[in-house]
Design a binder for this molecule. Structure first.
Ligand SMILES: [Zn+2]
Length: 74
């Protein structure tokens, strides 16, 4: 993990956004924005619900890895 967590609002819901540096990205993930693969070594963001409706543990379990670009247009 790297960078500062921030909170962003999408469609009236709050999300926590955690930037991940290229050096810290060591696994493949499926980006929910485009359905493509976030390859290891690609700087990207981890996003999860910040409003806590489901509880912190459920929110953390529902974290998703997005390409920077895909999240920016989500
Ligand atoms: Zn994507």
């Amino acid at each position: 993990m790297s960078g500062w967590k921030r909170t962003e609002v999408r469609r009236g819901r709050e999300y926590t956004v955690q930037p991940v540096s290229a050096a810290s990205a060591q696994k493949e993930y499926v980006c929910p924005g485009c359905g493509g693969t976030v390859l290891p070594g690609t700087a990207h963001v981890v996003v999860w619900r910040a409003d806590g409706v489901l509880g912190d543990e459920a929110d953390l379990a529902s974290r998703r890895h997005w390409h920077n670009h895909c999240w920016s247009i989500a």
